[in-house]
Write a protein that binds this ligand. Structure first.
Ligand code: MN3
Length: 239
């Protein structure tokens, strides 16, 4: 399988004014594209059984990736998967009501939507260097929602958490528009946060099945999660 850059699920200008078309174009068409390209390049000489594997499988099975390409695969499969999830975490005009099970789960875990948002913003602001801030569902049948942060391109699936919503806090995500004002970027991001997608993910998060053949983040399942993989850094648990 050759990994492919997924098309954005909306027009380049659809997230304006929070994310301008030029900024989105560079982020998707240059940064994400570069991770996909580097992943394909790294896998060119890899054992054949790795070449048909989607990004999430590679991240969950890094011990099966030859050591000489393991870091490259980890970084770029992570970059590919994280960005694929990130594009889905946003939607034009999606910053509306959070309803039903998702709203209840957020109230239960954080006390209120306002508290969740401020905790999420604070966690994102505190990520040192490049990283991500996530709303995830806990592993092992625990329905509790948590906020996690990861650095580099690590993804919470490697610790069994299921991502519902993610924001990219690498400088390349906001610097063209917001310069060093990450907190402002995080605060404004709620105007494009895709609650519908987060709710859909919550509804399926307990679903257990064999990993799909499709390499799409859309089909990302937690069933083959391997705990204690020493090659993978633990995400920071915020709450
Ligand atoms: Mn990015």
């Amino acid at each position: 399988m050759t990994h492919k850059l997924p098309p954005l699920p909306y027009a380049l200008s659809a997230l304006e004014p929070h994310i301008e078309a030029h900024s989105l174009s560079v982020h998707h068409g240059k940064h994400h594209a570069a991770y996909v390209e580097a992943l394909n390049l790294a896998l060119e000489g890899a054992p054949e059984q790795l070449q048909g594997r989607p990004a999430h499988w590679l991240l969950l099975n890094l011990d099966q990736v030859p050591e000489n390409i393991r870091d490259t695969v980890r970084n770029n499969a992570g970059g590919h998967l994280n960005h694929s999830t990130f594009w889905q975490s946003m939607s034009p005009g999606a910053g509306v009501e959070v309803n039903g099970a998702l709203g209840n789960a957020i109230d239960h875990a954080f006390g209120s939507m306002a508290k969740f948002k401020s905790d999420f913003e604070e966690a994102g602001t505190k990520v040192f260097g490049s990283g991500w801030v996530w709303l995830v569902k806990s592993p092992n049948g625990d329905d509790t929602l948590r906020i996690l942060t990861t650095t580099g391109h690590d993804n919470p699936i490697t610790q069994g958490f299921y991502p519902l919503l993610v924001n990219d806090v690498w400088e390349h995500a906001y610097y063209l528009q917001y310069e060093n004002r990450r907190a402002e970027y995080l605060k404004g991001w709620w105007s494009v946060a895709n609650w519908k997608e987060a709710g859909r993910r919550l509804a399926r998060a307990g679903y257990q099945a064999d990993l799909p053949s499709k390499g799409d983040a859309e089909e990302l399942l937690v069933a083959s999660k391997k705990s204690g993989d020493s090659a993978v850094a633990r995400p920071s648990l915020v709450r």
